[in-house]
Design a protein around this ligand. Structure first.
Ligand code: BGC
Length: 349
Protein backbone atom coordinates (compact mmCIF):
# COMPACT_ATOMS: atom_id res chain seq x y z
CA UNK A 1 0.00 0.00 0.00
CA UNK A 2 1.03 3.60 -0.54
CA UNK A 3 2.29 5.59 2.45
CA UNK A 4 3.95 8.95 3.04
CA UNK A 5 7.12 8.23 4.98
CA UNK A 6 10.15 10.15 6.23
CA UNK A 7 13.46 9.36 7.86
CA UNK A 8 13.34 11.37 11.11
CA UNK A 9 15.93 14.11 11.60
CA UNK A 10 16.93 13.86 7.91
CA UNK A 11 15.48 16.76 5.89
CA UNK A 12 14.43 15.99 2.31
CA UNK A 13 13.62 12.31 2.95
CA UNK A 14 9.81 12.55 2.72
CA UNK A 15 8.46 10.30 -0.01
CA UNK A 16 5.42 8.35 -1.16
CA UNK A 17 6.42 4.70 -1.05
CA UNK A 18 4.89 1.25 -1.23
CA UNK A 19 5.10 -0.34 2.19
CA UNK A 20 3.70 -3.53 3.75
CA UNK A 21 0.08 -3.69 4.90
CA UNK A 22 -0.29 -2.62 8.58
CA UNK A 23 0.85 -5.19 11.09
CA UNK A 24 -1.93 -6.86 13.12
CA UNK A 25 0.07 -6.04 16.24
CA UNK A 26 -0.79 -2.36 15.62
CA UNK A 27 -4.42 -3.10 16.47
CA UNK A 28 -7.37 -5.36 15.73
CA UNK A 29 -9.36 -2.67 13.87
CA UNK A 30 -8.49 -2.24 10.18
CA UNK A 31 -9.25 1.18 8.72
CA UNK A 32 -9.17 2.64 5.21
CA UNK A 33 -7.68 6.13 5.27
CA UNK A 34 -10.06 8.87 4.11
CA UNK A 35 -8.03 11.99 4.90
CA UNK A 36 -5.14 13.24 6.99
CA UNK A 37 -4.63 16.85 8.03
CA UNK A 38 -1.24 18.53 7.82
CA UNK A 39 -0.01 20.70 10.69
CA UNK A 40 3.09 22.59 11.76
CA UNK A 41 4.41 19.50 13.54
CA UNK A 42 4.37 17.52 10.26
CA UNK A 43 6.28 20.31 8.55
CA UNK A 44 8.86 20.30 11.36
CA UNK A 45 9.24 16.52 11.02
CA UNK A 46 9.70 16.81 7.26
CA UNK A 47 12.29 19.55 7.80
CA UNK A 48 14.23 17.11 10.01
CA UNK A 49 13.70 19.07 13.24
CA UNK A 50 11.40 16.68 15.14
CA UNK A 51 10.11 13.11 15.02
CA UNK A 52 11.35 9.62 15.92
CA UNK A 53 11.10 6.34 13.97
CA UNK A 54 9.78 3.19 15.65
CA UNK A 55 12.55 1.29 17.48
CA UNK A 56 14.78 -0.58 15.03
CA UNK A 57 13.32 1.19 11.98
CA UNK A 58 14.79 3.98 9.88
CA UNK A 59 11.48 5.43 8.64
CA UNK A 60 8.27 6.76 10.16
CA UNK A 61 4.87 6.89 8.46
CA UNK A 62 3.80 10.52 8.86
CA UNK A 63 0.39 11.87 9.90
CA UNK A 64 -1.49 12.29 13.17
CA UNK A 65 -4.69 14.17 12.17
CA UNK A 66 -6.59 11.19 10.84
CA UNK A 67 -9.97 10.25 9.46
CA UNK A 68 -10.79 6.79 8.19
CA UNK A 69 -13.52 4.29 7.48
CA UNK A 70 -13.60 0.96 9.32
CA UNK A 71 -12.98 -1.96 6.93
CA UNK A 72 -12.83 -4.64 9.63
CA UNK A 73 -13.86 -3.86 13.23
CA UNK A 74 -12.12 -7.00 14.49
CA UNK A 75 -13.43 -9.28 17.23
CA UNK A 76 -13.35 -6.94 20.22
CA UNK A 77 -14.84 -3.57 19.37
CA UNK A 78 -18.24 -1.93 19.26
CA UNK A 79 -17.37 -0.42 15.90
CA UNK A 80 -19.08 -1.42 12.72
CA UNK A 81 -17.89 -1.76 9.17
CA UNK A 82 -18.00 1.67 7.41
CA UNK A 83 -18.00 3.68 10.67
CA UNK A 84 -16.01 6.92 10.37
CA UNK A 85 -13.25 6.95 12.96
CA UNK A 86 -10.32 9.09 14.03
CA UNK A 87 -7.26 7.62 15.75
CA UNK A 88 -6.00 9.01 19.07
CA UNK A 89 -2.41 10.26 18.72
CA UNK A 90 -0.63 9.50 22.00
CA UNK A 91 -0.11 6.18 23.80
CA UNK A 92 0.80 6.02 27.51
CA UNK A 93 4.37 5.33 28.55
CA UNK A 94 5.02 1.69 29.51
CA UNK A 95 6.31 2.35 33.04
CA UNK A 96 3.66 3.90 33.55
CA UNK A 97 4.07 7.28 35.22
CA UNK A 98 1.22 8.21 37.59
CA UNK A 99 -0.54 10.30 34.94
CA UNK A 100 -0.38 7.64 32.22
CA UNK A 101 -1.53 5.09 34.82
CA UNK A 102 -4.79 7.00 35.26
CA UNK A 103 -5.34 7.61 31.53
CA UNK A 104 -3.89 11.13 31.47
CA UNK A 105 -1.28 10.33 28.82
CA UNK A 106 -1.45 13.95 27.69
CA UNK A 107 0.18 14.85 31.03
CA UNK A 108 2.88 12.12 30.78
CA UNK A 109 5.61 12.86 33.32
CA UNK A 110 8.57 10.82 32.12
CA UNK A 111 8.46 11.63 28.39
CA UNK A 112 8.38 7.93 27.45
CA UNK A 113 4.96 8.23 25.77
CA UNK A 114 4.71 7.44 22.06
CA UNK A 115 2.72 9.34 19.39
CA UNK A 116 1.41 8.09 16.06
CA UNK A 117 3.13 9.78 13.16
CA UNK A 118 5.41 11.73 15.52
CA UNK A 119 7.20 9.62 18.10
CA UNK A 120 8.08 5.95 17.60
CA UNK A 121 4.80 4.68 16.16
CA UNK A 122 3.68 4.90 12.56
CA UNK A 123 1.13 7.55 11.70
CA UNK A 124 -1.97 7.60 9.57
CA UNK A 125 -0.71 8.71 6.14
CA UNK A 126 -1.06 5.27 4.57
CA UNK A 127 -3.91 3.81 2.49
CA UNK A 128 -4.82 1.50 5.36
CA UNK A 129 -3.96 1.61 9.06
CA UNK A 130 -4.68 -0.48 12.12
CA UNK A 131 -5.65 0.71 15.57
CA UNK A 132 -6.50 -0.68 19.00
CA UNK A 133 -10.31 -0.40 19.46
CA UNK A 134 -9.96 1.74 22.60
CA UNK A 135 -7.98 4.36 20.65
CA UNK A 136 -10.43 4.63 17.74
CA UNK A 137 -12.92 7.47 18.23
CA UNK A 138 -16.18 7.33 16.28
CA UNK A 139 -17.09 10.64 14.66
CA UNK A 140 -20.51 12.05 13.86
CA UNK A 141 -21.13 10.67 10.35
CA UNK A 142 -22.76 13.95 9.27
CA UNK A 143 -19.35 15.60 9.60
CA UNK A 144 -17.96 13.65 6.64
CA UNK A 145 -14.48 14.87 5.77
CA UNK A 146 -14.77 17.59 8.45
CA UNK A 147 -14.07 14.80 10.96
CA UNK A 148 -10.40 15.34 10.08
CA UNK A 149 -10.62 18.49 12.25
CA UNK A 150 -11.20 16.42 15.38
CA UNK A 151 -7.54 16.05 16.41
CA UNK A 152 -6.70 19.79 16.39
CA UNK A 153 -9.98 20.40 18.26
CA UNK A 154 -8.87 17.99 21.02
CA UNK A 155 -5.71 20.05 21.56
CA UNK A 156 -7.86 23.14 22.13
CA UNK A 157 -10.42 21.43 24.34
CA UNK A 158 -7.58 20.24 26.58
CA UNK A 159 -6.04 23.73 26.69
CA UNK A 160 -9.36 25.35 27.62
CA UNK A 161 -9.95 22.73 30.28
CA UNK A 162 -6.55 23.60 31.76
CA UNK A 163 -7.51 27.28 31.91
CA UNK A 164 -10.85 26.48 33.52
CA UNK A 165 -9.30 24.28 36.20
CA UNK A 166 -6.56 26.81 36.98
CA UNK A 167 -9.25 29.48 37.21
CA UNK A 168 -10.74 27.68 40.19
CA UNK A 169 -7.74 28.71 42.33
CA UNK A 170 -9.60 31.92 43.27
CA UNK A 171 -12.90 33.65 42.67
CA UNK A 172 -12.81 34.23 38.89
CA UNK A 173 -15.53 35.09 36.43
CA UNK A 174 -13.90 35.19 32.98
CA UNK A 175 -15.94 37.01 30.39
CA UNK A 176 -13.73 38.46 27.67
CA UNK A 177 -11.08 36.24 26.07
CA UNK A 178 -8.45 36.66 23.39
CA UNK A 179 -7.07 34.10 20.96
CA UNK A 180 -3.76 34.98 19.30
CA UNK A 181 -3.34 33.49 15.84
CA UNK A 182 -6.13 32.70 13.38
CA UNK A 183 -4.71 29.47 12.02
CA UNK A 184 -6.66 26.21 12.44
CA UNK A 185 -5.92 25.97 16.17
CA UNK A 186 -6.81 29.62 16.84
CA UNK A 187 -10.03 29.42 14.83
CA UNK A 188 -11.07 26.18 16.53
CA UNK A 189 -10.31 27.84 19.88
CA UNK A 190 -12.56 30.76 18.90
CA UNK A 191 -15.30 28.31 17.88
CA UNK A 192 -15.13 26.41 21.19
CA UNK A 193 -14.92 29.59 23.31
CA UNK A 194 -17.94 31.02 21.51
CA UNK A 195 -19.88 27.82 22.16
CA UNK A 196 -18.90 28.09 25.85
CA UNK A 197 -20.46 31.59 25.92
CA UNK A 198 -17.47 33.95 26.03
CA UNK A 199 -16.99 37.33 24.45
CA UNK A 200 -14.31 36.20 21.97
CA UNK A 201 -11.61 38.32 20.30
CA UNK A 202 -9.09 36.93 17.81
CA UNK A 203 -5.86 38.58 16.76
CA UNK A 204 -3.73 37.78 13.71
CA UNK A 205 -1.36 39.59 11.36
CA UNK A 206 -3.57 39.52 8.26
CA UNK A 207 -6.03 42.34 7.65
CA UNK A 208 -8.34 40.79 5.06
CA UNK A 209 -9.38 37.42 3.70
CA UNK A 210 -10.88 34.20 5.03
CA UNK A 211 -9.46 34.46 8.56
CA UNK A 212 -11.21 37.73 9.55
CA UNK A 213 -14.36 36.54 7.74
CA UNK A 214 -14.42 33.27 9.69
CA UNK A 215 -13.88 35.08 12.99
CA UNK A 216 -16.72 37.52 12.28
CA UNK A 217 -19.01 34.70 11.12
CA UNK A 218 -18.70 33.23 14.62
CA UNK A 219 -19.86 36.52 16.12
CA UNK A 220 -16.34 37.16 17.46
CA UNK A 221 -14.26 40.34 17.05
CA UNK A 222 -11.20 40.33 14.78
CA UNK A 223 -8.08 42.42 15.46
CA UNK A 224 -4.96 42.73 13.36
CA UNK A 225 -1.73 44.00 14.83
CA UNK A 226 -0.31 43.71 18.32
CA UNK A 227 -1.82 42.46 21.60
CA UNK A 228 -0.63 45.72 23.18
CA UNK A 229 -3.04 47.66 20.93
CA UNK A 230 -6.31 45.75 21.41
CA UNK A 231 -7.58 48.29 23.91
CA UNK A 232 -8.74 45.99 26.73
CA UNK A 233 -7.30 43.44 29.15
CA UNK A 234 -8.56 39.92 28.39
CA UNK A 235 -9.46 37.62 31.29
CA UNK A 236 -7.67 34.79 29.48
CA UNK A 237 -5.51 34.46 26.38
CA UNK A 238 -5.15 31.31 24.30
CA UNK A 239 -1.82 31.78 22.54
CA UNK A 240 -1.70 29.88 19.26
CA UNK A 241 1.22 31.48 17.40
CA UNK A 242 4.33 30.37 19.29
CA UNK A 243 5.91 33.72 18.34
CA UNK A 244 8.10 35.24 21.08
CA UNK A 245 6.85 38.82 20.80
CA UNK A 246 3.19 37.73 20.83
CA UNK A 247 3.83 35.54 23.90
CA UNK A 248 5.53 38.41 25.71
CA UNK A 249 2.77 40.87 24.81
CA UNK A 250 0.16 38.32 25.93
CA UNK A 251 1.75 37.88 29.35
CA UNK A 252 1.95 41.63 29.79
CA UNK A 253 -1.48 42.31 28.31
CA UNK A 254 -3.64 39.76 30.12
CA UNK A 255 -5.84 41.16 32.88
CA UNK A 256 -5.04 40.96 36.56
CA UNK A 257 -5.63 37.41 37.81
CA UNK A 258 -5.82 36.26 34.18
CA UNK A 259 -4.41 33.14 32.56
CA UNK A 260 -2.27 32.82 29.42
CA UNK A 261 -2.37 29.36 27.88
CA UNK A 262 0.45 28.60 25.44
CA UNK A 263 -0.39 26.07 22.72
CA UNK A 264 1.99 27.09 19.92
CA UNK A 265 5.40 25.49 19.56
CA UNK A 266 7.82 28.07 18.21
CA UNK A 267 11.59 28.26 17.95
CA UNK A 268 14.12 31.03 17.77
CA UNK A 269 12.82 34.14 16.08
CA UNK A 270 13.61 37.66 17.09
CA UNK A 271 14.83 38.21 20.65
CA UNK A 272 12.15 40.30 22.34
CA UNK A 273 12.72 43.68 23.89
CA UNK A 274 12.02 42.88 27.56
CA UNK A 275 14.02 40.67 29.93
CA UNK A 276 12.53 37.47 31.34
CA UNK A 277 12.60 39.06 34.81
CA UNK A 278 10.57 42.08 33.60
CA UNK A 279 7.97 39.84 31.99
CA UNK A 280 7.87 37.67 35.11
CA UNK A 281 7.44 40.72 37.36
CA UNK A 282 4.28 41.74 35.53
CA UNK A 283 2.92 38.19 36.02
CA UNK A 284 3.82 38.17 39.72
CA UNK A 285 2.32 41.58 40.47
CA UNK A 286 -0.95 40.64 38.76
CA UNK A 287 -1.31 37.01 39.92
CA UNK A 288 -1.13 35.71 36.35
CA UNK A 289 -0.71 32.09 35.40
CA UNK A 290 1.18 31.08 32.27
CA UNK A 291 0.44 27.49 31.38
CA UNK A 292 1.70 25.29 28.55
CA UNK A 293 -0.67 22.71 27.12
CA UNK A 294 -0.02 19.82 24.73
CA UNK A 295 -1.92 16.82 23.39
CA UNK A 296 -5.23 15.48 24.73
CA UNK A 297 -6.67 12.48 26.56
CA UNK A 298 -9.85 10.53 25.95
CA UNK A 299 -12.08 12.98 27.81
CA UNK A 300 -10.89 15.78 25.52
CA UNK A 301 -11.46 13.63 22.42
CA UNK A 302 -15.05 13.07 23.55
CA UNK A 303 -15.66 16.76 24.25
CA UNK A 304 -13.99 17.82 21.00
CA UNK A 305 -16.42 15.55 19.15
CA UNK A 306 -19.25 17.48 20.80
CA UNK A 307 -17.74 20.85 19.78
CA UNK A 308 -17.50 19.76 16.12
CA UNK A 309 -20.92 18.12 16.10
CA UNK A 310 -22.51 21.39 17.33
CA UNK A 311 -20.60 23.57 14.82
CA UNK A 312 -21.98 24.99 11.59
CA UNK A 313 -20.84 22.66 8.81
CA UNK A 314 -20.41 25.49 6.29
CA UNK A 315 -18.12 27.33 8.71
CA UNK A 316 -16.03 24.22 9.42
CA UNK A 317 -15.75 23.51 5.68
CA UNK A 318 -14.11 26.89 5.14
CA UNK A 319 -11.26 25.87 7.47
CA UNK A 320 -10.16 23.27 4.91
CA UNK A 321 -8.66 25.55 2.29
CA UNK A 322 -6.83 22.93 0.23
CA UNK A 323 -7.26 19.20 -0.44
CA UNK A 324 -4.32 17.43 -2.09
CA UNK A 325 -3.87 13.90 -3.42
CA UNK A 326 -1.24 11.67 -1.73
CA UNK A 327 0.86 11.96 -4.92
CA UNK A 328 1.02 15.74 -4.30
CA UNK A 329 2.01 15.43 -0.65
CA UNK A 330 5.00 17.75 -1.14
CA UNK A 331 2.59 20.47 -2.20
CA UNK A 332 0.45 19.77 0.85
CA UNK A 333 3.49 20.23 3.09
CA UNK A 334 4.26 23.64 1.62
CA UNK A 335 2.67 26.59 3.42
CA UNK A 336 0.81 28.98 1.10
CA UNK A 337 -0.37 32.44 2.22
CA UNK A 338 -4.12 31.67 2.17
CA UNK A 339 -3.88 28.22 3.78
CA UNK A 340 -5.76 27.44 6.93
CA UNK A 341 -5.98 23.64 7.04
CA UNK A 342 -4.52 21.55 4.24
CA UNK A 343 -5.71 17.97 3.99
CA UNK A 344 -4.39 14.97 2.06
CA UNK A 345 -7.31 12.89 0.84
CA UNK A 346 -6.74 9.15 0.37
CA UNK A 347 -10.29 8.03 -0.50
CA UNK A 348 -13.83 9.32 -0.90
CA UNK A 349 -15.66 9.84 2.37
C1 BGC B 1 -0.04 17.15 18.11
C2 BGC B 1 -0.09 16.60 19.52
C3 BGC B 1 1.30 16.21 19.97
C4 BGC B 1 2.25 17.37 19.78
C5 BGC B 1 3.68 17.08 20.24
C6 BGC B 1 0.99 18.24 17.99
O1 BGC B 1 1.07 18.65 16.67
O2 BGC B 1 -1.30 17.66 17.74
O3 BGC B 1 -0.96 15.51 19.57
O4 BGC B 1 1.26 15.81 21.31
O5 BGC B 1 2.25 17.78 18.44
O6 BGC B 1 4.28 16.01 19.59
Amino acid sequence: MKAIIIEPMKPGTARLENIQEPDEREGSVLVEAVAVGVCGTDIEIVEGKYGWAPPGKSHLVLGHESLGRVIDPGPASNLRKRDLVVGIVRRPDPVPCPNCAVGEWDMCRNGLYTERGIKEIHGYMSERWRIEPEYAVKVDPTLGILGVLLEPTTVIVKALEQVASIGRRSYWEPHIVLVTGAGPIGLLAALALKQFGFDVHVLDRVETGTKPELVRALGAIYHSGSVADIGFEPDAITECTGVGQVIQDSIRGVGSGGIVCLTGVGHGGVVTSASVADVAASAVLRNNVIVGSVNANKRHWYRAGQVLARADRGWLAKLITRIEKPENFLNALQRKPDDIKVVIQFSEV
